[in-house]
Structures are given as structure tokens and as C-alpha cells.
Design a binder for this molecule. Structure first.
Ligand SMILES: [Zn+2]
Length: 376
């Protein structure tokens, strides 16, 4: 009897072993199958977290057909993922914005199409798009945002300005991005860094203690006074230009270049005493708002004529200044953009590359160039 019992017990043990083995095999099979599914997705470019979510939400086939899609990947990674919006996610371009998915959800809820959302996202930052989702639905997206440099945060200002002044979309965007709709000299952007493409105007000022780092004294050979200073890089370019002009029979002279903050205050006083406050308000830049403080601006004269605009040097400058990196800064054609009246003598060093571009584009203003290429 004892022997029979022992045999039975052994048989049970064998069965138990077989069952456990079978379960382990099954587990291993399931595990390997799962790994294969995940690796199919990660190979496509989906993250591990996104791949797991795709698998558990039974969207693997859809994703395999779709292929790599960064927006969908981000959606599956996000807590904000909404099942009904999956198809939309797949048609919206990816932008590296923290709240991308929640903003897409909100924009869809407001009623924007996928292409509207692509426009909105491509013209904003995470913050400006998030702000825009609080806005009721707008109707002139395509009109304004066919221009790369239009900004979503300025939408209301574009529409208001255009309604008020009847300006074209293109002009409106340039004016508004330059803050021309805002009061002059109030709450300016502070330009801190010296660079040859820096922009200083009525909405972008320098601090009281701002001095260009490469300030040098101009040799009296080139200037009408012996205390003239400028940025070295601009000065070197001027010398090159001066020599070329001289070799062709033209006599340039620098009447004024760098002006410190204090110099600007003194000039304002002088003009106020001579012509009164209203003249100053209209024609003289406030201290900190003069481009001369950059060290890159030159008031150029002719040794042959007291009135520069009537001189042959003026004509020579119009044709040649860009070859040396200088541009006529306050042209008559765009006083509305620079907010400066025409100054035939005021040249600005911007470097040869930008000067060439501006010259070749119908003497485009530095303001427009800034909006198009630098304000990012
Ligand atoms: Zn000037």
C-alpha cells in the first residue's frame, strides 16, 4: 500500500511539474510576443511609453499603417491624449511645445481645422499658443499667416490696425511686429547685446550705461572734429570706404558717430533751447533711443559741399556704401517704418552681407529686415 501511495504522489508531482512548465512556456511566449509588438513600434520611431500605450489601446495596426509620426508619438506619451482626436493628431505637424497636445485638443474643441491648427502652431510659441486657445475663434488666419513672420500673439493687433488704417496684411504685420501701434518711447524693449545687426529705434532702446565694447577714437583725418568715436568694426569699414571714395575723387568726412547717453541729453537740451519742445518731440530721438549710441551710426558729410544731399559724395554713397557694409538708414520712402524723417547723411554699419541684401531688395529698411530675419 505504501508503495502505491508513493507512486501516485510521484505521478502528481510529474503532472504538477508539467503544468508549471507549460505555464512558464506560455508566459515566455506571451512575453516574447509582447516584446516583438513593442519593438515593431519602437523601430518605427515611437518611444517605449508611447508604444505601450498604443498596444494597450489596440491601435497598433493603425500606427503600423501610419508610420512614424512625432505628433502621434507625443500624443500617446501625453496625459492629455484624447481617443477621438487620434486622426487629427496624425495630420498636425509636430512642434516642440510643452503643451502641444492639450493645445491641439483645445483648438479642435474651438472648431479649428487641422490646417488652421498647423498655421497657429507654426506662428507661435508654447506660451503664445496656450494664450491663443483662450481666444474665441478667429477668422482671418490664412490672410495674415501666409507670412512666416506673422506672430499668433499679435493677431488682435493686426486686425485692429488693419481695420483702423486700411493697410495691407503684409504692411500691418511689419508695423505691428515693430510695435509701431504702441506709443513711442513707452515701455521699450531693452537691447543689451552689441552686434552689427542690432536694431535701436523708438521701441527698442539702450540703457544709460550702454557703451559699445570696441569703442575707438576716430583719426581726425576722417572726421570734422578730433573727439569723434565709433565702434572699431564700423570704423575699419569706414576707412576702407573712405579710401575707395578718395581714390575715385570723392571726399567723405564723419561729422558725428558714437553719442553717449549724456551726449544725447545735451543735444536734446541744445535743440530745445533753439527750437522749443515741440521740435524736440518731433525730430530728436530721446536719450537711449538714438542709433548713434551703438557706435555703428555715422553722420557723413562731404569735404566739397556743405549740403550733403547736393554733393557728388552723396550720390557716390548711394551707389557704393553697401559694398563696405553701410546702408542709408532713414530713407524718405519708409519714414513710416523707421519713424525718422529722411536723413540723407545718416549711414549705419550693418556688415557687408546685410548691406548687400538690403541694397538688392530695393534698399529695404533695417526694420523690415529685422522682422523678416532676426526677430525669432
Ligand atoms: Zn545720425
Amino acid at each position: 500500500m505504501k508503495k502505491v501511495k508513493r507512486i501516485k504522489a510521484r505521478r502528481w508531482l510529474v503532472i504538477l511539474g508539467e503544468v508549471i512548465g507549460l505555464i512558464l512556456c506560455l508566459c515566455l511566449g506571451v512575453f516574447l510576443f509582447y516584446q516583438k509588438q513593442i519593438s515593431d513600434l519602437t523601430k518605427l520611431g515611437y518611444s517605449k511609453i508611447a508604444s505601450e500605450k498604443i498596444l494597450f489601446s489596440k491601435h497598433k495596426d493603425y500606427i503600423m499603417k501610419l508610420g512614424e509620426n512625432k505628433t502621434v508619438n507625443k500624443a500617446f506619451e501625453s496625459e492629455d491624449y484624447i481617443e477621438d482626436n487620434l486622426d487629427n493628431y496624425s495630420k498636425i505637424k509636430y512642434f516642440d511645445q510643452k503643451d502641444l497636445i492639450s493645445n491641439i485638443n483645445k483648438l479642435l474643441e474651438i472648431g479649428y481645422s487641422n490646417s488652421d491648427i498647423n498655421i497657429i502652431l507654426s506662428h507661435g510659441t508654447n506660451e503664445s499658443v496656450t494664450e491663443f486657445t483662450k481666444h474665441e475663434r478667429v477668422h482671418y488666419l490664412e490672410e495674415y499667416f501666409e507670412y512666416d513672420y506673422a506672430k499668433i500673439e499679435n493677431y488682435d493687433r493686426y486686425v485692429n490696425y488693419s481695420d483702423q488704417f486700411g493697410s495691407s496684411e503684409e504692411d500691418t504685420i511689419i508695423y505691428i511686429n515693430l510695435n509701431i501701434d504702441k506709443e513711442d518711447y513707452v515701455d521699450p524693449f531693452i537691447v543689451e547685446e552689441f552686434s552689427i545687426d542690432m536694431l535701436v529705434n523708438r521701441h527698442r532702446s539702450l540703457k544709460e550705461d550702454y557703451v559699445p565694447s570696441d569703442l575707438v577714437t576716430v583719426d581726425s583725418k576722417y572726421a570734422s572734429s578730433n573727439d569723434c568715436q565709433s565702434s572699431r568694426i564700423a570704423y575699419n569699414a569706414f576707412i576702407e570706404m573712405y579710401n575707395k571714395a578718395e581714390s575715385e575723387g570723392y571726399q567723405l568726412v564723419i561729422n558725428s558717430a558714437y553719442r553717449s547717453y549724456q551726449d544725447q541729453l545735451d543735444i536734446i537740451d541744445t535743440y530745445r533751447n533753439a527750437y522749443g519742445q515741440s521740435y524736440v518731440d518731433k525730430y530728436v530721438a530721446r536719450a537711449g533711443f538714438s542709433e548713434h549710441q551703438t557706435g555703428l551710426a555715422f553722420d557723413i558729410g562731404s569735404r566739397n559741399s556743405n549740403i550733403f544731399a547736393d554733393s557728388k559724395e552723396y550720390e557716390w554713397m548711394l551707389q557704393n556704401a553697401h559694398l563696405f557694409g553701410f546702408v542709408l538708414r532713414y530713407d524718405k520712402r519708409y519714414e513710416d517704418i523707421t519713424q525718422f524723417r529722411y536723413e540723407p547723411w545718416h549711414y549705419r554699419y550693418v556688415g557687408k552681407e546685410i548691406a548687400k541684401y538690403l541694397y538688392e531688395h530695393n534698399n529695404m529698411s533695417l526694420e523690415e529686415y529685422y522682422v523678416l530675419f532676426l526677430d525669432r
